[in-house]
Design a protein around this ligand. Structure first.
Ligand code: AHR
Length: 326
């Protein structure tokens, strides 16, 4: 569907019945009335790692603090279930939908269905294909990290600190998800610009610990001279450390491991010397998500992108920062 235009996509989706609008995009995000309390949907993508759990807890805590009713769903790693979850929220008459889209393209029908039902959607942490749905038109805004920048920060750290190590195995996140696409782009471009490095293999580990371990194991066998592993998230980095140790290699000495997320377990591994550096991906969305929704209800103009600030951990600060990591 990469070459499919937004209008063609809308028409095709209408034809197969996934979208009931008449093929012509309505150019405005539905309004949100000012009320004392709201019924709010949060469609989570999965709950298989500390990052997702921290994000969910932050959303639940903020909804509770405000006294809003939260309709929470967990798509368990299935884009199809996540679309169904959003449809169920629409049927339940929620006022707003917070959506963490598993992948960039399959969640477009969910965004469009909510729009057609008159429910504003706020994208959290992951985005959708910008050629198929637009902020300020199809959904209100995207709140999250700059994933391209996260990948770039890993590459920049390596350019200064790799000490002659140069052969990189890249463990990619979920295929078709915005963090996997953007963390790859940011890293690959910056590492190429730095010069002197080679990405010897790049394969998805689906953001999961055991898949990351299995993929790292296979890629280390195929590329025994690899001396850097860049994982798109902590879970795959922790899986890769297990694979390295099983292969008799010492993480941090024989092979540098780098990751993104910055959960407590990974920051502890930086303190232990097994992970060289971690770019944080801040999962504490609750306050900003609900504040944005309230600003919109008041009639404020909302920016198309609201970027979260991310920290950076390496041997210079990990011990001091450990207590603050999620
Ligand atoms: O979208 C953010 C990514 O999704 C996090 O890096 C990862 O751990 C999560 O599953």
């Amino acid at each position: 569907m990469t070459s499919m235009s937004r209008r063609t996509f809308l028409l095709a989706a209408t034809a197969v019945g996934t979208l009931a609008i008449a093929g012509v995009a309505i150019a405005e995000v539905p309004k949100l009335a000012q009320k004392d309390t709201y019924k709010v949907g949060f469609a989570q993508t999965e709950s298989n790692n500390p990052w997702r759990i921290a994000q969910t807890n932050s959303m639940k805590a903020e909804a509770e603090k405000l006294g809003y009713q939260l309709v929470y769903t967990d798509a368990a790693g299935s884009a199809a279930k996540q679309v169904a979850d959003v449809n169920s929220m629409i049927a339940q008459g929620v006022d707003v939908i917070f959506l963490a889209p598993r992948e960039e393209k399959p969640l477009i029908p969910a965004v469009m269905a909510a729009k057609k039902a008159g429910i504003p959607v706020i994208l959290l942490d992951r985005s959708v294909d910008p050629s198929l749905a637009k902020a300020g038109e199809d959904y209100l805004t995207f709140i999250g990290s700059n994933f391209v920048e996260e990948g770039k920060r890993v590459a920049e750290w390596l350019a200064k600190n790799a000490n002659g190590k140069s052969k990189i195995i890249e463990l990619e996140g979920t295929t078709g998800s915005s963090p996997a696409n953007d963390r790859k782009k940011g890293f690959d471009e910056a590492i190429q610009a730095a010069g002197g490095f080679e990405i010897v293999a790049s394969q998805t580990g689906d953001f999961a610990r055991d898949k990351g371990r299995q993929v790292a194991e296979a890629l280390l066998q195929a590329h025994p001279d690899a001396d850097i592993i860049y994982a798109h998230n902590d879970e795959m980095a922790i899986g890769a450390i297990a694979a390295l140790e099983a292969a008799g290699k010492v993480p941090g000495k024989d092979v540098l491991v780098l990751s993104i997320d910055g959960g407590k377990e990974a920051v502890q591994l930086v303190v232990d010397g097994k992970i060289a550096a971690v770019v944080e991906c801040n999962p504490r969305f609750g306050p900003k998500a609900f504040e944005t929704m309230q600003r919109y209800a008041k009639g404020e103009k909302i920016e198309p992108t609201l970027v979260n600030e991310d920290k950076f951990y390496d041997a210079s600060n990990a011990a001091a920062e450990l207590a603050n990591a999620y």
